[in-house]
Design a protein around this ligand. Structure first.
Ligand SMILES: NC(=O)c1ccc[n+]([C@@H]2O[C@H](COP(=O)([O-])OP(=O)(O)OC[C@H]3O[C@@H](n4cnc5c(N)ncnc54)[C@H](O)[C@@H]3O)[C@@H](O)[C@H]2O)c1
Ligand SMILES: [Zn+2]
Length: 346
């Protein structure tokens, strides 16, 4: 097992890579514990949950990441007589983690919480870093808080039941971390792609640990995303816009977003066309898409709704070189020009 830490504003968050769901009890305080999970995870792993905990089950899918689901969680917490001395654990993918973190941080002005991340995307990204929130009014993650979980357990054995498409979405975030911060990890991903896809225990644990190490380091330096943390949004400006169209899951949208941002980086003269080919090749090895049939106009319209824009400009993440990102505030006109480069269009 490898352990990493994030120094948050109010607490230290411990990230436990290779720990098991069956050991969850050892991380819990003696006080009352409530588990929040979704129907699929409960069906698959509910028998392994600590017996003494009460369980609140929510539905599945991005459509339930709403204030209404949070309201129903508050109602059940009240019905269970939960108070601020209790502890809440989210066991599930990114949706369970985002909702649990938000509900726990706001219920009675904040109850301590932790996660058992059960998807590759949640282990490498969603559960790490303390961003919690729900969608609102057609905008993704519009209402939320920065609040670090006390711990995150990343149990690799849970990944074997994941649908292939869900697994691949996690690899998109792993590739992102390599591209923005670690050229050795890029090489490792390329050389070991078949073992990674087959969930070879050593390979997958190393990739999750390397990913978390990168994200934890960035978040510790800039928890509230005023500077460096923006680099983690590589591929996400376009990715979120594609995701909004409702046609594909987060990881696939981010893959296309990364391919586009890579092409834009070359168009800006930052990276070579050789590197563009290497990156597209890596994304493709992981069976992830690099092109979309959405028009640049549709995409720009969606990007204008991005909450990360500041006035007429948007913080766009480029690759300065393989393993190093660079954030520039660019105008929508410049974005439009970049979006006309055809590489990412079907
Ligand atoms: N807070 C952040 O920093 C952050 C970062 C990245 C993504 N996110 C959010 O994460 C969400 C996506 O997360 P996700 O891809 O994990 O989605 P998800 O939580 O919907 O999980 C995907 C599906 O897999 C099922 N599942 C979960 N664990 C399983 C397992 N072990 N075996 C079989 N099935 C399992 C779930 O029930 C669900 O149907 C998005 O809402 C995204 O915005 C948040
Ligand atoms: Zn992401």
């Amino acid at each position: 097992m490898q352990t990493f830490e994030i120094q948050g504003n109010n607490n230290i968050s411990r990230l436990l890579v290779g720990e098991k769901l069956t050991n969850l009890e050892t991380y819990l305080p003696e006080s009352r514990t409530v588990i929040i999970t979704d129907t699929v995870v409960k069906r698959l792993y509910g028998d392994l949950f600590p017996q003494r905990a009460d369980v609140i089950t929510i539905g599945c899918g991005e459509k339930i990441k709403t204030l209404d689901t949070v309201r129903r969680i508050y109602e059940q917490l009240i019905a269970l007589d939960m108070d601020r001395t209790g502890f809440i654990v989210g066991i599930g993918g990114g949706i369970v983690c985002d909702i649990t973190g938000f509900a726990a941080s706001t219920y009675m002005r904040g109850v301590r919480f932790g996660f058992v991340a059960s998807t590759l995307l949640a282990q490498t990204d969603a559960s790490v870093g303390g961003k919690n929130g729900v969608n609102f009014g057609g905008y993704k993650n519009m209402a939320g808080v920065f609040s670090q979980p006390d711990f995150v357990i990343c149990d690799m054995t849970l990944l074997s039941s994941l649908a292939k498409r869900e697994l691949l979405c996690g690899f998109a975030e792993i590739i992102k971390h390599a591209l923005i911060a670690d050229v050795d990890m890029f090489r490792y991903l390329k050389e070991n792609y078949s073992q990674a896809l087959a969930l070879n225990p050593q390979v997958i644990e190393k990739l999750v640990a390397d990913s978390i190490k990168i994200k934890a380091a960035v978040v510790s330096r800039d928890e509230l995303e005023q500077g460096e943390r923006r680099k983690l949004n590589f591929g996400h400006t376009i990715g979120h816009a594609l995701e909004q169209t409702g046609r594909m899951p987060h990881g696939e949208a981010v893959s296309i977003g990364m391919a586009a941002a890579t092409a834009f980086s070359a168009a800006k003269g930052f990276i070579s066309s050789q590197d563009v080919i290497r990156i597209i090749d890596l994304i493709t090895r992981y069976h992830l898409p690099v092109r979309s049939d959405i028009s640049p106009e549709q995409l720009l319209a969606a990007m204008r709704k991005d909450k990360k824009r500041t006035g007429a400009k948007i913080h766009f993440v480029f690759l300065k070189r393989l393993g190093e990102a660079l954030v520039e505030a660019i105008t929508f006109d410049e974005l439009k020009e970049l979006a006309s480069c055809k590489i990412w269009q079907k």
